[in-house]
Write a protein that binds this ligand. Sequence first.
Ligand code: SAH
Length: 341
Amino acid sequence: MQSIYNLTVKDLENYFTNIGEKKYKAIQLYEWLYQKKVRDFSLMTNLKKDIISKLKEDFTIKDIKLVTKTSDINTSKFLFNLDDDNKIEAVLMYHNYGNSLCISTQVGCNMGCSFCESGRLKKVRNLQPYEMVLQILKVEEITKQRVSHLVLMGIGEPFDNYKNVINLIDIINHPKGLALGSRHITISTCGIIPKIEEFSNYDKQVNLAISLHAPNDELRDKLMPINKVYPISKLIDTVKKYTVKTNRRVTFEYIMLKGVNDRVSMANQLSSLLKGINCYVNLIPYNETSHIEYKKSDINAILKFYDILKKNNINVTIRKEFGKDLKAACGQLRANYEEEL
Ligand code: SAH
């Protein structure tokens, strides 16, 4: 039996039509699930008794379970247990513009980036839409705060779970769903070209971020194995087409790894690579982890890198550090939990 939180409004309209009911029941149900946040079909008082019994027969409405929550001044992290006992994590960051939640899209990850904790556990399976939706609903319930922004930057590669991720966005973006604005949603990918192309046909103004992390193939091959399949020149070409077709600005993420990708020559190389693209670069101080050797670049190296991009007319920002002390970097929480067991 599948979860009711897997269904888009369209899916539910088809469901109600198929059982001989009116389409608009889909919206009524959505209001119960996402606005009144009721997690029991029996309490949905404007639905007829026989519809409620049919829903109970056909769908589950179960929770995912919170294992641990830890917080510091601007970050809370959540470890959740799924029905099959797999664990995933979500991180909530309190910004001045709102609350941004970073959710996981897969159990484990197959991309194998050398600096990333998530990939130490190979992909076990994709998350279904409901497991992503419930990360948001649970965090809102636990913190009693509204999640205003969503980033798909937790464990997993969203474009390796494309269909479920698109369904998730359709569900949460719907005005009768969580009504999370598409401009407040960001998908981050390591650069799976066919999916970037497919995503350029998606009709919502969702933000796209590309994990670049290196300005040339030689280095990117070492950091991110996916580069051997989709090398930089092809990736940049695809992103360029994406920006032209969608008129959306793309973000390039660039984690700053001491002595690895933070040299002056690389800042220059990156500037020429991105010249003329509707984009900005987000320089991310590396969040060090005990299992991986890389170190965070010195602040002076980061500032120098920033200045060079600026001088070359590339839009650039330095990401504020969140959750450093909480082991909130991608996959760190799950990894630590497993270790303590
Ligand atoms: N698979 C997707 C999304 C998950 S990773 C992707 O590759 O984009 C989200 C972002 O966090 C990526 O840019 C990733 O490279 C980065 N990241 C991973 N480990 C990190 C760490 N320890 N410190 C800082 N950023 C990290």
